[in-house]
Design a protein around this ligand. Structure first.
Ligand code: HSE
Length: 324
């Protein structure tokens, strides 16, 4: 019997241009460690948070993503026991890197072991995404399975495809200091209908991005990922990516980054982090210049840069690191 299970979970970027709620990708850095432990003679969930972002992760089980997901598992198991979740909060919180999704996945993967369950992938995704606003499952599937993922959570049973990210894809995350209200607020801003033109553009670009991932076509990915015709536009104009930003200023940066440096820019999840993609075969010089240009703009227009992370996609999802 497993008393304590520890897992390492990758962060994730979602949407990846026009793939709102449908595309996501796991990132090698940053990642987080989380453990679930059975408590003798107790009932309910206790949350302990450590690590650099501990001040930003709620400890109350009703508000904590890991605890909410674990509660689902306890209900599934029908067991009455006490569980302690220990989170090492090392993924930036509320910056669009799927920190809550990663927490929920960690709790489900470790909790499944401690509760002695044998869940399907679909059950794991459903339990983890129940803790996410609007039950969006894009971040969750990437943190659980690794790789590039396409998910449709709208049908009775979940439909997903897990693909290997292109080997030549490099990525940089630029995290603005700007604090967004919440992913929930960023989703409420989208309460509008896209026009037919935008719908068709999103459809063709997203389909091509998915096929380009499968074929490792970095040229197509760099060209199409920056072109989200709807979601980023609405959120940029709602001031969700920094007060000094709107769609026009974001688009100006996207064009400059692609044309001058060969780097694709999109917003990571609901933002405000900027996600830059490049082809590692073309050298780092241009990437560094692109990062410098964009950081300077964010310093000036969005109140500063909190952190820059050079990373890569990873095919490795949540992984058990220790059990006793
Ligand atoms: N698809 C979600 C959104 C991701 O954009 O709201 C949140 O990280």
């Amino acid at each position: 019997m497993v008393r304590r299970s520890s897992v390492r979970v990758p962060s994730s970027t979602a949407n990846i241009g026009p793939g709102f709620d449908a595309f996501s990708m796991a990132l090698k850095e940053p990642y987080m460690d989380l453990s679930v432990e059975a408590l003798e003679g107790a009932e309910g969930i206790v949350v302990d948070v450590q690590g650099p972002y501990r001040g930003l992760v709620p400890k109350e089980p009703q508000r904590n993503a890991a605890a909410k997901a674990l509660k689902q598992l306890i209900e599934l198991s029908g067991k009455r026991l006490g569980l302690k979740i220990t989170i090492n909060a090392s993924i930036p919180v509320a910056k669009g890197l799927g920190s809550s999704g990663a927490e929920a996945v960690g709790a489900v993967v470790a909790g499944e072991r401690v509760l002695g369950l044998d869940l399907t992938v679909e059950e794991r995704i459903r339990a983890a995404s129940s803790a996410e606003p609007g039950h969006h499952a894009d971040n969750v599937i990437a943190s659980l399975l690794g790789g590039f993922n396409i998910i449709d959570n709208s049908l009775e049973s979940l439909t997903y495809l897990n693909l290997k990210p292109p080997e030549n894809m490099g990525a940089v995350v630029i995290i603005p200091s700007f604090v967004k209200k919440s992913t929930d607020e960023a989703r409420k801003a989208l309460n509008q209908q896209p026009m037919l033109k935008e719908y068709v553009q999103a459809l063709s670009r997203a389909s091509m991005i998915a096929a380009a991932i499968a074929q490792g076509r970095m040229d197509l990915l760099l060209k199409l990922i920056p072109l989200d015709p709807f979601i980023e536009k609405v959120r940029a104009d709602a001031g969700l990516y920094g007060e000094g930003y709107n769609w026009e200023s974001l688009l100006e940066e996207k064009k400059k980054l692609l044309n001058e440096y060969g780097v694709a820019l999109c917003i990571s999840g609901s933002g405000p982090s900027r996600f830059l993609i490049y082809d590692i075969r073309r050298g780092m010089d241009r990437v560094e210049r692109a990062v410098e240009y964009l950081s300077e703009r964010i310093e000036r227009m969005a109140g500063g840069v909190e952190r820059i992370i050079y990373t890569r996609p990873t095919a490795q999802g949540a992984k058990i690191t220790e059990e006793r």
